[in-house]
Design a protein around this ligand. Sequence first.
Ligand code: COA
Length: 324
Amino acid sequence: MPFSRIVGTGSALPPRLVSNHDLAAELATRQIETSDDWIVERTGIRQRYIADRGVKTSALATDAARLALADAQVDASEVDLIIVATSTPDFVFPSTACLVQANLGNKGAAAFDVQAVCSGFVYALTTADSFIRAGRARCAVVIGAEVFSSILDWNDRGTCVLFGDGAGAVVLRASDSPGILAAQLHADGSQMNILAAAGNVAYGQVTGDPFLRMDGQAVFKQAVTVLDRSARSVTKEAGLTLADVDWLIPHQANLRILTFLARKLDVPLEKVVVTVDRHANTSAASVPLALDTARRDGRIQPGQLILMQGVGGGFTWGSVLARM
Ligand SMILES: CC(C)(COP(=O)(O)OP(=O)(O)OC[C@H]1O[C@@H](n2cnc3c(N)ncnc32)[C@H](O)[C@@H]1OP(=O)(O)O)[C@@H](O)C(=O)NCCC(=O)NCCS
């Protein structure tokens, strides 16, 4: 049975940078009070990138995929599987993955979306790894991409300050050596209400609530608990320990969550890739964006062991342990 290996990464951000100060000033025009101090203290977020209206998830996803393919020196025609993790697809259908496929000029690859909110990339990567290990694909592009700003209630200061837009991608190839060493996915649908965008297009209109709603404290507690458990379990499955991990790349939701997690796992914070300060929470894009950032700035080196973790709406969570 072949293994799968990450052979290239790429990422894309929309050009409009919105600092906490910019956002506070914009919200103040609508009598909504927030501040850089509040946002930094509670979340560690200092800025986010926001797509202009009309910019679609498929555009960011395509940019990230092109960069990952170039990094891997793989031609789009070699790709036989495209998976996009997103909660903000361009359309109800076709899938965003099919739109990316058309943009890349690839024909014939299997292409579909995965919906697991902020765990989406980890779900998509595990799915692609399973395809490759089963011999059903040899070269996959796996993307996490979001225009999350399009589902935020910009009058709700409890959520709108937390998120940003972006995309990250990896090229995953069949390989004789690992690669991905272990992966675990989980969900608990009974917790669907703590983080949801419970709207739907039906009968010619949006039914339900078109905006993201969240019980922040419940999400915080759940996130720390399940990420801790999942990190221990996936490293154990691979016959390794957390001390073997060179870089922990958890979903970038909140610096306090990352700090709590590192402390619980007894992993020094210097080994945790942190981009939430710059990107805010970009949902399914956050892990591949962080991975690409840390590869390109030289922190992640070939041969190192990385632990990627997702957590989010559903409630969903999961971990992928990989040798670079
Ligand atoms: C959202 C979060 C930052 C809120 O922090 P918190 O310490 O739980 O704050 P609370 O929700 O209890 O609110 C505390 C106060 O701050 C206020 N507040 C909320 N958002 C604010 C903002 N942007 N600016 C200023 N004040 C704000 C609240 O109204 C509340 O005021 P009150 O005490 O007068 O009622 C925190 O719960 C969190 O990070 N949760 C996890 C969220 C997350 O990561 N979600 C995505 C996971 S995939």
